[in-house]
Design a protein around this ligand. Structure first.
Ligand SMILES: *Cc1c(COP(=O)(O)O)cnc(C)c1O
Length: 413
């Protein structure tokens, strides 16, 4: 009994690697070490096969045709919506809107809910560790409306909640916060942030671009008003994502784009809009990628997020332990609660030089500001080197990274 428990706790990472064809390739004559998972994950064969299957066998436009292919495409498209609903535990499928990704989801809320509800003098609160896609839409909105954008400060990767409490007031209309920082790996205490925002009468949007792949997401338990994520960071295709919104809010919101699919009836005088979620899905959607999202989510669920998380946490601990032993290396972001992202700088070397030298050894890391320039400004640095780990990464690969860094430093210093 105990033995089988121990076994089920572990992930068979070598078997999993076999399911990701990209991991078999070589880069610059070396086996690929892919540590840029926070930018996008590689895709398992089941996801690639599902895309080929869609275009090979049942490509058709959805919701319109009565022919067999259209019915099959529609059924698969809507089954994917159900899978997404289940993955984040939304209470109804009408609350699941397909978007192009997290960026479009946040912009949708800014352009519809925001345009309707934000007025001069109102305040929107974000954090210092936001991705640009959770900064710029609010800047545009605030400028248009004469509202003010405020930021919760952070220290060494941890948000200062006491400062957040001071920012909250009756002027606060929206709090829009990243669940997990792509640049630092910090898991933010969103439960508490949401509770405090609601006490102040504000709505809350959670940027789930990084959290959805690592953490169990339950939008009902979180009680967030909106939640956005991207398929491509959860082992699915690019170009598709999900915006969750509470039904009453979505119903009261004006549409985003106008066109086909989002209407009930159009006359030249007046148009009535389709019911949820179609009101927000104008035009022919990205059917193929939406269909395939289900394959990705099913794949992750079948392996089990808890198992994946254990493995990734082990990789994070192992990598951090090795990295801090390198001379002049400083980890940026040391929050107590992190996912498998480690960002660092090294004295006297430019992150980009390290990135190029690592690529020569087949190791893919990300260097730069990670679309979080205000955060980099907090640290007074232009950027970091970031290694982010996924379910298919191994300790041997981390050893290659350490060796690669040692060799790079020998050359650069
Ligand atoms: C990637 C990312 C986004 C943007 O996602 P897209 O897929 O590019 O739309 C937003 N926020 C965070 C935290 C991210 O990591």
């Amino acid at each position: 009994m105990i033995q089988s428990n121990t076994i089920t706790k572990e992930l068979d990472v070598y078997a999993i690697r076999q399911q990701f064809p990209a991991l078999n390739r070589q880069v610059k004559g070396q086996p690929l070490v892919y540590f840029d998972n926070a930018a996008t994950t590689q895709k398992p064969q089941v996801v690639i096969d599902a895309l080929v299957d869609y275009y090979t066998n049942y490509n058709a436009n959805v919701h319109r045709g009565i022919h067999t292919l259209a019915e099959e495409a529609t059924a698969a498209f809507e089954a994917s919506r159900d899978a997404a609903r289940q993955f984040i535990n939304a209470s109804s499928r009408e609350e699941i809107i397909f978007t192009r990704g997290t960026t479009e989801g946040i912009n949708l809320v800014a352009y519809t809910w925001g345009r309707k509800n934000i007025k001069a003098g109102d305040e929107i609160i974000i954090t210092e560790m936001e991705h640009h896609s959770n900064i710029v839409p609010w800047q545009i909105l605030c400028e248009e409306k004469g509202a003010t954008l405020k930021m919760i400060p952070q220290q060494d990767g941890t948000l200062l909640l006491d400062e957040y409490k001071k920012l909250l007031s009756s002027k606060t209309k929206l709090v829009s916060v990243v669940h997990v920082s792509n640049a630092l790996g910090t898991v933010n205490p969103v439960e508490e942030i949401i509770k405090l925002a609601h006490q102040a009468g504000a709505k809350v949007l959670i940027d789930g671009a990084q959290s959805t792949v690592h953490l169990d997401i339950d939008v009902q338990a979180l009680d967030c008003d909106f939640f956005a994520f991207s398929s491509h960071k959860v082992y699915g295709p690019t170009g598709i994502g999900v915006l969750y919104g509470k039904k009453q809010l979505l119903e009261a919101m004006p549409p985003f784009q106008g066109g086909g699919e989002m209407i009930k009836e159009v006359t030249l005088e007046k148009t009535t809009y389709a019911d949820l979620p179609y009101k927000f899905e104008a035009g022919t959607p990205n059917i193929g990628d939406a269909v395939v999202l289900k394959a990705a989510l099913d794949y992750v669920s079948k392996i089990g997020k808890a198992k994946i998380r254990n493995h990734e946490n082990e990789l994070l601990a192992y990598a951090t332990e090795q990295l801090v032993q390198l001379p002049g290396l400083r980890v940026i972001g040391n929050a107590a609660n992190k996912v498998s992202v480690v960002s660092f700088v090294i004295d006297k070397v430019h992150p980009q030089d390290i990135g190029i030298l690592l690529d020569n050894r087949g190791i893919a890391v990300r260097t730069g500001h990670h679309c979080a320039q205000p955060l980099m400004a907090c640290y007074g640095i232009p950027g970091t080197i970031r290694a982010s780990f996924a379910m298919y990464n191994t300790k041997e690969e981390i050893d290659s990274l350490i060796t690669g860094l040692q060799k790079a430093l020998k050359m650069l210093l």
